[in-house]
Design a protein around this ligand. Structure first.
Ligand code: HMG
Ligand code: MG
Length: 298
């Protein structure tokens, strides 16, 4: 099995979407450049969502026009519906990340749709993307735990995954929105999905609310997953999932992987600079579990 792992940075999207202090587009570009300088090559840059729902992402079109035109860096944008898809593609997005949750309540709160409606929208957008040469990544949110409906039955996640896969999704991202999952669930869900679809089409997105992010990532890694979302400094959280805190911190993920002999291509020292740049734009103290120790190694 490959020892190359893709670290997909979501700090500019998931990380900033619930930050109360406005981050100017130029600040986002500075964070982005620091991330790229550290060796990150896969980045979710923004989301094309209602600016009323998520004011921090209101500059999505402007931001996209200012992304570096470097083919070695993979950029993508999250979209919740057809309008978002059109805005993203018009702005130059070659990969979009669709989102739906595995429960009705979470879909209602997040994107104002039922699960069935969200599935239809996702399937239609995947169809358009395929026809138009756009890559479609599909998030299945609240795959382990829903803040409104509690533990989620794996059969629901498998059913959604099958529908998105049949529609032609290029990637299925299993997302623990609240950080409410446990390693046994992760093992069971990924083993089943890997058996069905292979590991290459799958990715994992963990939040670190209960401090389990690294354990969940290691569990998924051992199942065969080689692509992980993470966020610089542990920024993040869905504004519509009460109690959800930041994503698994990129520095924690990279440190664990590099130390264990996996190849991420990311330099932990340079990542420290990206945390510093991000810190200058937000009020909450940033840093994953490894940050204090890293800072002590001057
Ligand atoms: P709605 O109010 O039902 O939509 O919201 P609507 O169609 O009635 O439109 C309302 C207004 O929004 C209209 O503008 C539309 O034009 C506009 P108005 O006429 O009032 O001026 N609009 C849009 N504008 C820009 N981009 C769009 C768009 N769509 C409509 N795409 C809607 C439905 C989906 C739009 C709204 O609920 C929304 O934007 N939700 C996004 C929520 C969000 O961003 N959540 C966080 C991301 S998901 C996440 O964090 C989870 C993840 O990290 C994985 C995990 O951890 O689980 C991915
Ligand atoms: Mg998230």
């Amino acid at each position: 099995m490959s020892n190359i792992v893709t670290v997909h940075e979501v700090g500019l999207r998931d990380g900033l979407q619930n930050q109360p202090k406005h981050v100017p587009t130029q600040g986002k570009i500075e964070i982005l450049n620091a991330l790229i300088a550290s060796g990150i090559t896969s980045i979710e840059a923004t989301s094309f969502v209602s600016p009323k729902a998520v004011p921090q992402m209101a500059d999505a079109t402007d931001l996209y026009s200012r992304l570096p035109s470097d083919d070695s860096i993979h950029f993508e944008a999250l979209v919740p519906n057809e309008k978002g898809y059109e805005l993203a593609v018009n702005a130059g997005a070659k990969t979009i990340a669709l989102v739906l949750a595995s429960t009705n309540t979470m879909n209602r709160k997040n994107i104002n749709m039922t699960l069935d409606h969200a599935l239809n929208v996702n399937i239609n957008v995947i169809g358009r993307a395929k026809a138009e040469g756009v890559r479609a990544r599909s998030y299945i949110s609240t795959a382990l735990h829903c803040p409104y409906e509690g533990e989620v039955k794996p059969s629901i996640v498998f059913d959604i995954a099958e529908k998105l896969h049949s529609a032609g999704a290029d990637e299925l991202v299993i997302a623990d929105t609240t950080g409410g999952g446990n390693p046994a669930q992760v093992k069971s869900i990924f083993n089943t999905l890997i058996n069905k679809y292979g590991s290459k089409i799958l990715a994992a997105h963990f939040h670190d609310t209960r401090g389990m992010g690294l354990v969940l990532a290691w569990t998924a890694l051992e199942c065969g997953i080689r692509k992980f979302d993470s966020s610089i400094g542990g920024l993040g959280g869905c504004p519509f999932a009460p109690g959800a805190t930041g994503n698994l911190a990129t520095e924690d993920l990279v440190f664990m992987l590099n130390e264990s002999g996996y190849k991420t291509g990311v330099n932990i020292e340079k990542l420290k600079n990206a945390i510093k740049v991000a810190q200058s734009y937000v009020d909450q103290p940033l840093g994953g579990k490894i940050t204090k120790w890293l800072d002590s190694q001057q």
